[in-house]
Design a protein around this ligand. Structure first.
Ligand SMILES: C[S@@+](CC[C@H](N)C(=O)[O-])C[C@H]1O[C@@H](n2cnc3c(N)ncnc32)[C@H](O)[C@@H]1O
Ligand SMILES: [Zn+2]
Length: 283
């Protein structure tokens, strides 16, 4: 946890400001949260939820992303962040936040566009938070539930990212400054289509973009929408990592997956297809 990032956070119990002393974040009401030796802080109210990515899923994600297969998404996200972020005013620039940010791969790429800002990643998985805390020299990581009240101060963020992860529009609006921007990446129906067919993976809801727009319309105005579509070339090691790093990991395991992967061509072309949407908070 970087001391420069603490001012953007708030106590999950009383919403008061936090300060960092003796290896812990503390509010004036006496609530305190230890900084783990791996650098992240757990601000979860209550026990960890079962939706948290496991150590195996996070390791699969880290390996898969390190090979650069999702680089087109990170590049498109960074470009959209640069184009839509509020212009610097000379005051506090506000932080860059990634909600459900996993290992910090996308946040680290986006941080290079914001040299004077702090990056804070929130994820419910401590395994993700451990990696995210060292994803970039200016990132900090907190463990918290994206569905709950978020441990960020009102108007703390100038940019919020949300990539293939849960989102709570009312809280995202509260934590964004009025001129800030929320960037959401969602899969399109043809995302990973070759593997959906061959391996029986979960399908993307055809109405996903429309449902997202509906849920956001009470809190945000859409200001940009673009698509990123490209082809990944994957070998037989990369495919199980891709399956194992996301929600399919809960359904697809072991020998059956190995058998099906063995039947794929090698290398195998797989479609990467997402929508990136930029939103401004309604004020
Ligand atoms: C499909 S992964 C995407 C990770 C990252 N955004 C990326 O694209 O590399 C979904 C992430 O959301 C996290 N997650 C799941 N439920 C969550 C919740 N309720 N609150 C916060 N994070 C959650 C998981 O632990 C996981 O890291
Ligand atoms: Zn408190």
């Amino acid at each position: 946890m970087r001391k420069e990032a603490v001012r953007y956070l708030r106590c999950p119990y009383c919403s008061g400001g936090l300060t960092m002393t003796d290896g812990a974040l503390r509010c004036s009401q006496g609530h305190s949260f230890d900084v783990a030796k791996q650098g992240y802080v757990n601000l979860l109210r209550g026990a960890a939820k079962f939706s948290a990515d496991t150590a195996e899923m996070v390791a699969a994600r880290a390996d898969f992303l390190a090979a650069g297969h999702f680089a087109p998404i990170a590049a498109a996200l960074a470009a959209l962040a640069r184009e839509t972020a509020p212009a610097p005013t000379g005051g506090d620039p506000g932080c860059v936040v990634d909600i459900g940010g996993g290992t910090g791969y996308h946040l680290a790429r986006v941080m290079s566009e914001f040299p004077g800002s702090e990056g804070v990643l929130l994820d419910i998985s401590k395994f993700a938070a451990r990696r995210a805390a060292r994803a970039h020299p200016r990132t900090s990581a907190v463990v918290a539930d994206a569905w709950d009240a978020l441990p960020f101060a009102d108007g703390a963020a100038s940019v919020v990212l949300n990539v293939f992860a849960p989102r709570n529009p009312a809280e995202l609006r509260r934590m964004l400054r009025p001129e800030g921007v929320l960037l959401v990446v969602t899969p399109r129906p043809d995302h990973l289509r070759e593997l959906v067919e061959a391996l029986g993976l979960l399908r993307v809801d055809e109405q996903k973009d429309e449902r997202l727009a509906d849920r956001f319309s009470a809190h945000f105005t859409e200001v940009a929408r673009e698509r990123s579509r490209s082809t990944m070339t994957l070998d037989h090691q990369a495919v199980p990592r891709l399956v194992g790093m996301g929600p399919n990991a809960w359904h697809q395991q072991g020998e059956r997956l190995k058998e099906r992967v063995a039947l794929l061509p090698e290398p195998c072309d797989v479609t990467l297809s997402v929508t990136l949407t930029a939103y401004r908070p309604l004020v």
